[in-house]
Design a binder for this molecule. Structure first.
Ligand code: PMP
Length: 380
């Protein structure tokens, strides 16, 4: 059966990237690997819009989040966590695991970070060492205003740590212009790779904190990574095949042009949202803060989201993601990030219409498909 993976990570990997990953292995202390590593860092600088230090780590996205925390947070430090869903909570939990006093501000699932609240928090307490934010909250399909948050945090001594795991490559992120101190992302989302690598950037302002930090760190030590970077490339044995794939994936993105990559994601999100609305479905996020990487949709009244997902999977080979935590069974999430284009959306929406009809939701077939087509033809 033909399968369509439409979850927010792992996402489909382009054949060119798969081919690059199946090249013969090279030693990681060879000139060839050193060159590959240098190329990748150069390409990442363009994608992430930064001249800060960049480290490609062999671990999943959470590894980069833990690296960010382990290198900036000591027990008792004050941390401001801006939470808009499951992944904002996770970032806060990592800080707690390192003994921080975490001030958790929960903006409610489906909402974005309210800049006024951030401004008030920073004005009321000048003691925050670190502020945590999520660029793209995968659990709710909400995009946060990192530029706005960074403008507030950069006026204070605090560092801004951003979880860009599911947004980088789908939503533009101006690391240096905005003043993001540490940006974390991972391979298996909009970067079009399998899971296994994460990326972290470190600003000058961050290094001053990182170099003095006292928390235990070994595999996740940024000073150790920097030392080896200057001498070789990566500490320990990197995921060599994944690096070969990353080089190819970054080439694809840069060849398309980052503006085009972001415009494609915006178009796919627009079509998906238009289709869901045309089918009478409610979306978790307002258009204003809607993610271009994925769309989270409420299941219709009285119908379990997982029943819809079961039909989609069994009869059409399509996997949508379900809800996490308190949203379990209530929502489904359609990813349109990375190696995704117009016809992926057409497949997703036409199958969704059939599945809705099959679980007893009254739907006029073709309504969602038409709405998406109209977006693609530029009619709306
Ligand atoms: N943050 C965000 C925003 C994510 O979407 C994810 C993965 N869904 C993670 C962190 C965790 O990444 P990983 O599963 O690769 O550790």
């Amino acid at each position: 059966d033909k399968k369509y993976l439409m979850i927010p990570g792992p996402t489909p990997v382009p054949p060119t990237v798969v081919a690059a990953m199946s090249q013969p292995l090279i030693g990681h202390r060879s000139d060839d690997f050193a060159k590959l590593h240098e190329q990748i860092v150069g390409k990442l600088k363009k994608v992430l819009q930064t001249n800060n230090d960049i480290f490609v780590l062999t671990n999943s996205g959470t590894g980069s989040l833990e690296t960010a925390i382990a290198n900036t947070v000591n027990p008792g430090d004050k941390v401001l966590a801006l939470i808009t869903g499951n992944f904002g909570e996770r970032f806060a939990n990592i800080a707690k695991a390192y003994g921080a006093k975490v001030d958790e501000v929960d903006f409610g699932w489906g909402n974005d970070v309210d800049l006024k609240v951030v401004e008030e928090k920073l004005a009321a307490d000048s003691g925050y060492k670190v502020v945590l934010a999520t660029q793209n909250e995968t659990s709710t399909g909400v995009k946060n205003d990192i530029a706005g948050i960074a403008a507030l945090v950069s006026k204070t001594p605090a560092l801004l740590l951003v979880d860009g795991v599911s947004g980088i490559g789908a939503i533009e992120h101006k690391t240096d212009e905005w003043g993001v101190d540490i940006l974390c992302t991972a391979s298996q989302k909009a970067l079009m790779l399998p899971p296994g690598l994460s990326v972290i950037t470190v600003s000058e302002k961050a290094w001053r904190v990182v170099n003095d930090n006292q928390s235990p760190r070994f595999y996740f030590s940024l000073p150790a990574a920097k030392k080896v970077y200057d001498k070789w490339n990566t500490a320990y044995t990197p995921g060599v095949s994944m690096f070969l794939g990353m080089d190819a994936a970054l080439d694809m993105m840069l060849a398309e042009g980052m503006d085009n990559v972001y415009a494609r994601h915006a178009l796919l999100a627009k079509a998906t949202r238009a289709a869901a609305k045309a089918l009478g479905l409610k979306l978790l996020s307002e258009d204003r803060c809607a993610s271009n990487a994925l769309t989270a949709v409420w299941s219709p009244e009285g119908i379990g989201a997982d029943d819809i997902r079961k039909v989609l999977k069994k009869q059409y080979g399509i996997t949508f993601a379900g809800g996490q935590g308190k949203l379990k069974g209530k929502i489904f999430r359609i990813a349109h990030m990375g190696f995704s284009d117009k016809m992926d959306i057409m497949i997703a929406i036409s199958a969704l219409e059939m599945a809705l009809a099959q679980v007893g939701y009254s739907v006029e077939l073709g309504t969602g498909v038409k709405a998406a087509q109209e977006v693609f033809l530029g009619k709306v």
